[in-house]
Design a protein around this ligand. Sequence first.
Ligand code: GLA
Length: 743
Amino acid sequence: MNIFYNEKTKSFHMKNDIVSYQFSIEQGKYLTHNYWGKAVSDNQSKSDYRYADRSFSVIPNEIKGREFSLTTLPQEFPGDNNGDYRESALSIRYKDGSFNTALEYDSFEIIEGKPGIDGLPATYISRDNEAKTLKITLVDNSKKLEVHLFYTIFENYGVITRSTEIINNNVEAIEIEKLLSASVDFDHSNFDLVQLPGAWGREREIERDKLSRGVHKLDSKRGTTSHTYQPFMALTDPDTTEHSGEVYGMHFVYSGEFVANVEVDEYRKTRMQMGISPEHFSWKLNKGDIFQAPEVVMVYSDQGLNKMSQDLHQLYQNNLIRGEHQNKERPVLINNWEGTYFDFTEDKIENMAEEAASLGIELFVLDDGWFGKRDDDLSSLGDWFEYKAKLPNGLKALAEKIKSKGLKFGLWFEPEMISEDSDLYRNHPEWVLKAKDSAPSQGRDQFVIDYSQKEARDHVLNQMKQILDDVPIDYIKWDYNRNMSELGSQNPAIRDGEVAHRFILGLYEMLENLTSTYPHILWESCSGGGGRYDPGMLHYMPQTWTSDNTDAVARLEIQTGTSMTMPISSMGSHVSAVPNHQVNRITSLKMRGDVAMAGNLGYELDVTQMNDDDKETVRNQIDFYKENRSLIQFGTFYRIISPFDSKDSTSWMIVNQAKDEALMYFYKILDRANTLSARVKFKGLQPEFLYQVNKSESCYYGDELMNKGIYIDPVVPVEGSTEPHPIGDFRSEIIKISKVTND
Ligand code: GLA
């Protein structure tokens, strides 16, 4: 990994063994993009911008002739209102009403390692030689603006991260209306656009479309990231598959309103951009002040989408997630939500915990309903003290009882919310997030607390700390159950255009405080399931509740889509009761377990209601999971058959680092009559290793398993028969293969 600057050609080249990124200075001042792609060795490279007189291109004032134009120049950070008619990377409104910004290259600095970003989550390094950073300074001399572009290249991944900061050196305050974090120009548009849109209960559906002319925008106007669009997009070659072909991905390390833009212009060139959404954003920057835009992870793969995912998984596992639990095996949990909803007593919880402990479960999570006077979702958010009528002996006593059974204890919070029927609302209606003179909309009968107001978030922080200081808590599920609307603050000192970003900064400040004060706590993020499952949250909370949809079949799509960007160790996946509460489907306990065991296994049902056979099945599932937990949570993940491509089956694989152990997950969805079995081909094995299948006599070499494959026919028990049958819907199998050793 290195960063080169060639003084003669005025060119920069960042490269490691996987990826190269090049740009140069054209006409003495224009930062011109040259290349992003597979690592190349040329360090002399200069811009190969095609000089030509093109009709209706405009020429910068100081340039002679008609051959150089910002209308066609591939730019690293395009300014606004200066003849580049494509989407800009920044947009500033000046005191006199003008809004043209012309950025020129000024200087560069190469930094060993990677500087942190104040107040924002970002990837980090643990060793200096793990990454190098290039800082480029651009200036607009007439407006006295300074923009810094940061590029970090990592040693081991096909990843370059980018972020931007802007300094106002003018005497007058300026209004930042847009400041993106990354912008890249490609010299063609022969791409597919891959994205992960979704909805509640259907998170991260993989969509892939041929790129066409115009601006294609994914964004959030909901205050935070949401179920609807992910802050992720990838451009691929049209023939790229999971395991071959080129991919250029961008993923935003930010939890607020974002935009991901792809524009194909009149020359069929493509501009790809990511940053804070300009839609509700405008930021006043006084003289001398700095504004910092969050980080974008840019990932390149020449081995298809799956390799892109693997690089992201590793980057996030090693360089984004932090704290005591980062590399620790995650506990098997039970959550009482689908088992009881709001309707529980101390006795009920204790009985569930007792049974859970006997099954091998390690952590009990008490979900919604333990605080204020919360018997339904109409009240009490904001009143973070125990509900005495429900828990007469108190939360602490309950936690201690649960812990005495050998379980850890976890608790649910929804700290950014306020119910109209709450003491907090009665005492502080001015803390509700709402635009001045607006009547705020309700969502799930609740309002959002204005986290841009420090007193408001500190109040919640202190309430939480009182509980955390008193009750022995090992785990917290941090929920967020509506989207924002009527963005604005009742505090006249806070400008409405700054509220969305200040909210997120406030949230991050609070999370930093809590996670560093209580480092032993395992934090799981949640937003109606996976509505805020983004790299920003992952920096503070190493786990996320993937979806409220716990149906095993629906989860095949949800977990496949989630695996596109997120590591397995972060993915909460629970076994719930049937008929399933979200889709009413009945699947076997085996199938539900086999799906949940491809993530962080948990149970979310009333275990006291299970019969002995089911309890035995659960015990076996947990034993198997614990035996393979490190492989599952921290191994290399392969998507073998995607439910988005095949309606019949899904298959995943996880291989450990030494490649001497792997799990093959195979799911048959709806059966058809009279079909022939299909072979399943493995991935990621060592070709010359001999592997034993399921501790049986069957052994195959890695190359056989990967190229020839094996038949997998999952069976189901059929009522009235002693023989299990390889027919029927919703069947699954997890096959373990282990390297045969000579001793
Ligand atoms: C959200 C979560 C659920 C549960 C409920 C409680 O919907 O996603 O898991 O915690 O809130 O109200």
